[in-house]
Write a protein that binds this ligand. Structure first.
Ligand SMILES: [Zn+2]
Length: 235
């Protein structure tokens, strides 16, 4: 009885507030969440065979000591992923990140390494930007991954400051010892000896992830870092 009432309520709500696919704007069917089945099947998956022999991992060679790197989809101009990412970042649609993170988690669950990690850390936004947007899109993706992989996510252990001005004012000597002071580990002891998955939305050159990884590796004894990006745009 309650179930029938809930289904009826769902249909009535749909009539007034149509539940549309975030990628193609067609009506979602009952049981579909955020992205329709047809769009899900057409996502441009990278299908990287593993986390250590793929183009994204090779981008980090010689730049940061990464355990593994993986990306869920290719980022192509005008494609579904670009549309989804744009809405996730600029149209107040955090649920898109959550859903894509869940789907990505299903793809990673069979992989080596990722499912046995200890903690998921989204790349932080500067707090001013997060306040304007209302959320950190990488944290939404991280939450979806966390739900599927059953690995906890922490959003309070890394912080980010705006550093462009201070970085340029620094001497070359300072910069050499401090790759990118934009990132800071809030509680290094808490992360000691753990294998963490750093989560980002779209990776192009990888310089942000290199900066976060270097900060972690430099400040936390025994930490191991892997990277999970939702989309990979070849530079
Ligand atoms: Zn669709």
């Amino acid at each position: 009885m309650l179930r029938s009432l809930l289904l009826l309520l769902h249909d009535v709500t749909d009539f007034f507030l149509p539940n549309l696919c975030a990628a193609c704007d067609h009506q979602l069917l009952r049981g579909e969440a955020c992205i329709c089945t047809s769009c899900q099947m057409r996502l441009p998956l990278t299908r990287f065979r593993n986390g250590w022999d793929n183009p994204l991992f090779r981008q980090f060679a010689g730049r940061a000591r990464i355990e593994q790197a993986s990306a869920f989809c290719h980022f192509t101009k005008g494609g579904r992923i670009q549309r989804l990412m744009h809405r996730l970042k600029y149209a107040n649609r955090p649920e898109i990140g959550l859903r894509l993170g869940q789907l990505y988690g299903h793809a990673l669950v069979q992989s080596d390494g990722f499912p046995t990690a200890d903690l998921i850390l989204p790349v932080p936004l500067h707090k001013h930007r997060q306040k304007v947007r209302g959320y950190n899109q990488s944290a939404c993706i991280a939450e979806g991954l966390s739900q599927t992989l059953s690995i906890p996510v922490r959003t309070d252990l890394l912080s980010r400051s705006r550093n462009t001005a201070s970085q340029t004012r620094k001497s070359r000597f300072d910069r050499a010892g401090n790759v990118d002071s934009a990132f800071h580990v809030v509680d290094p002891i808490c992360l000691q000896g753990l294998h963490v998955i750093l989560v980002d939305d779209v990776v192009t050159t990888g310089s942000t992830l290199v900066a976060v990884a270097e900060t972690l590796l430099g400040q936390v004894p025994g930490v191991r870092v892997s990277i999970a990006a939702l989309a990979f745009a070849r530079a």
